[in-house]
Unconditional design. Structure first.
Length: 147
């Protein structure tokens, strides 16, 4: 009888996650964690529990713990950033993604940053971005193709 190794469960979870199937991925990562304490598995497990169970605080804590144990792994930064995006913390997510790029070029992090985009500076710099003049002037200029 073939016993499943933690690495096989981890790969199975990654495949399920890549296909958008977070529930089977969650089950695979959970089984892998029962067999072995691995920061990478914790990181992906955290992403799954945030998405499926809504346990964002626990997910953030697990991801940060994985980052402390394995600092240079950019996947932890990617997962924490995705968790923060899921929680509606866009600015924090961008900071985490950029922090991950300090440890190496990760095309997935770059894709996330490109997807999020960057904001243009306010039309009138001495006014706050939230000022209605800046806001509506920016919208009008954007629609006219001048910005």
């Amino acid at each position: 009888m073939h016993t499943v190794t933690p690495d096989e469960l981890f790969r199975k979870g990654l495949d399920a996650l890549a296909n958008g199937n977070t529930i089977p991925a969650l089950a695979s990562f959970e089984k892998a964690l029962e067999l072995e304490d691995n920061p990478s598995v914790y990181s992906y497990f955290a992403l799954c529990i945030a998405k499926e169970r809504g346990q964002v605080r626990k997910a953030i804590a697990l991801c940060e713990e994985a980052m402390q144990k394995d600092t240079a792994n950019t996947a932890h930064y990617l997962n924490l950033g995705k968790i923060l995006l899921h929680a509606g913390k866009r600015d924090d997510a961008i900071m985490v993604f950029r922090g991950g790029l300090q440890y190496g070029i990760d095309p997935l992090i770059i894709d996330e940053l490109n997807r999020l985009g960057t904001r243009k500076p306010p039309v009138i710099p001495f006014l706050k971005r939230s000022n209605p003049i800046n806001k509506y002037l920016g919208i009008i200029l954007n629609r006219l193709g001048l910005r």
